[in-house]
Structure formats: C-alpha cells, structure tokens
Design a protein around this ligand. Structure first.
Ligand SMILES: C[C@@](CO)(OP(=O)(O)O)[C@H](O)COP(=O)(O)OP(=O)(O)OC[C@H]1O[C@@H](n2ccc(N)nc2=O)[C@H](O)[C@@H]1O
Ligand SMILES: Nc1ncnc2c1ncn2[C@@H]1O[C@H](COP(=O)(O)OP(=O)(O)O)[C@@H](O)[C@H]1O
Length: 268
C-alpha cells in the first residue's frame, strides 16, 4: 500500500512559555501543503527499511516510519513489513516532513491491517512520536496549542492562493532553535489575528523563531524580503526553519535569487 505524506507550513508561531518537561507551549496554525514524500509499506519475510531521494540522517531503526511500526507492533499483531520511503520534503526545514511520515505510517498500517483505530487513538500514538505528529492524522488546517499537539478548529481557508517555498539548503535542528528562543506572552490573540483579512497578516502575524534565527542566518531574512519584492501578500519562515514561504494571489515566476535553493510552488 502506498501513501503520500505531505508537509505543513506554520501560519504564525508564538512560543509562549517553557514547560516543566522541557518542551514549550506554543500557538500556531498548521496548514497542510502539497510538497510530499512517497511511503510504501508491504508485508515481507522480515521487517526492513529502505529509502531513496534525499538522504535521511540516522539509522533505519530510528526512522520515524519504523518507530511508528514498532509502536503499533507492541500493541497489535502486525506481520513483518518492508517500508520504503522516497524522501522529497527537505529535512530540518520546518515543514514537519518526518512527522508526516510517522503519522502517515500509522494511518497506512491501520488501514492495511484492519486495526480499526479511530482518529483519537491514532492521534494518541502520534503524540508519542513527536509534537508535530498528531496534526498529520487529520491533516487539515488547525489552530494548534500546548506542544503543538492539541487542536482547535479555525476557519482559515487559503484555497485559491499560490504558495512559493524556498529551502536554502540549510538544515536547522528543532531542538537547537528552541534552545535559543526567549518565550513571551503575546500582546494579541493569534487566533483572532488569523481570522482578519490576509493582507493584514504582514503587520500582525510573526514566527517567533525569526527573531532568534535571522541574525545568525541573514539568508533567511533576504529570502523573506525577496518574497515581498515579488509581490507576496504574506511571507514568513515556517516552523523552526529554514524554509521561507510566500503566499501570492497568482502564480509567480521564481526569481533568479532562488536558483541555488530547493524550491516548491503550487496552489494552496
Ligand atoms: C517548531 C515546530 C513548530 O511547528 O515545527 P518544525 O520546525 O519542527 O517543523 C514544532 O514545534 C516542532 O515539533 P517536532 O519537530 O515534532 O518536535 P519534537 O520532535 O517533539 O521535539 C524536538 C525537540 O524540540 C523541542 N520542542 C519541540 C516541541 C515543543 N513544543 N517544544 C520544544 O521545546 C524539544 O527540545 C524537543 O526535544
Ligand atoms: N522519515 C524521516 N524523514 C525525515 N527526518 C526523519 C525521519 N525519521 C527521522 N527523522 C529525523 O528527524 C529530524 C528532522 O525532522 P523533519 O520533520 O524532517 O524536520 P523539521 O522538524 O524541521 O520539520 C532529522 O534529525 C531526522 O534524522
């Protein structure tokens, strides 16, 4: 069985406070996008993992797809499987690609082997694999709070807009990005700011990681500035970086300044 785990972008990202468990409470809108990996899982004589496309750091047994399989295998009678991942979503990019692979593996195993697990139970397993993972079970625009693993409905609909994503071939570790950030109590409510017209977002909606990462990585600020120069209605870094996205009301011709980077564009 084959599935296509997709990335997400963060529309606003506010880091509110550090928790006693070392994680951070946040506020953000996670929004699914079209940049996708390809994940195939089939029954096999022995469990194995292979990959193609972009190289994935770490041993096979630490890959989030295998960790998802092992998590379910501990509770359910699953046969050995061969997992093949064709990796296309950049890694350390703030796009949640690894988290998507994990949750899509859970969903695929649930479907293929008829486990009958409902959404809440799948989200519970996903939470054990990473803070971003539970989002990819329902995989629809959500206002996310706490560790990024609890959700509220939000009526943000960007269908019809065009998205340009630029990954400047720079992997930023999520843990390091969090270690460098200073949490803050926001002055406005992000939920309300997101419901205002998109052309207000430029002045009201920020990603808090930008303030700590842009001084060390000036390329990120330069890409964001270029997005606005190209006519973006809104531009931001996604997650803990390093991908910067622009939202446009029409398709864009990718500027020369981005020619050395990994670029994706498509409709939202
Ligand atoms: C920053 C965000 C925003 O959407 O996205 P990405 O940039 O990774 O896509 C997420 O919070 C990333 O979530 P995820 O990538 O699943 O993180 P995890 O694997 O759970 O944790 C990696 C490390 O990040 C830190 N971490 C993560 C989530 C959180 N709410 N607080 C934290 O402090 C912890 O140091 C943790 O050890
Ligand atoms: N299937 C996978 N795809 C990508 N990264 C993975 C995967 N499994 C484990 N990882 C590990 O997760 C980390 C990056 O996660 P990823 O979700 O791609 O980045 P980000 O958190 O920036 O969105 C890397 O350290 C990588 O070794």
């Amino acid at each position: 069985m084959i599935t296509f785990p997709n990335a997400k972008i963060n529309l606003g990202l506010r880091i509110i406070r550090k928790r006693p468990d070392g994680f951070h409470n946040l506020q953000s809108c996670f929004y699914p996008i079209g940049w996708s990996d390809v994940l195939e899982i089939i029954p096999a004589d022995a469990t194995a993992f292979s990959s193609s496309g972009l190289p994935i750091p770490g041993a096979a047994e630490t890959n989030l797809c295998i960790r998802a399989y092992n998590l379910l295998k501990a509770d359910y009678d699953l046969p050995p499987v061969h997992v093949h991942l064709h990796k296309l979503i950049p890694i350390g990019a703030g796009l949640g690609g690894g988290s998507a692979d994990a949750s899509f593996a859970l969903k695929l195993l649930n479907d293929r082997f008829g486990l009958g697990l409902r959404t809440e139970l799948l989200e519970g397993y996903a939470r054990l694999l990473g803070s971003d993972c539970a989002f990819f079970i329902q995989n629809r625009p959500m206002y996310c709070v706490e560790k990024g693993d609890m959700f509220d409905e939000i009526a943000v609909d960007l269908r019809g807009y065009h998205l340009l994503l630029v990954y400047p071939n720079l992997a930023i570790s999520t843990a390091e990005a969090y270690a460098a950030i200073r949490p803050r109590q926001p002055e406005t409510d992000l939920y309300d700011d997101l419901l205002a017209p998109i052309d207000t977002w430029r002045t009201t909606i920020q990603n808090d990681f930008e303030a700590s990462l842009f001084p060390n990585y000036p390329v990120l600020a330069a890409i964001k500035q270029q997005m606005y120069a190209e006519g973006a209605i809104y531009a931001s870094m996604s997650g803990s970086g390093s991908t910067v996205y622009g939202i446009f009301d029409a398709p864009v011709i990718c500027p020369n300044q981005f020619s050395d980077y990994s670029v994706w564009q498509g409709k939202l």
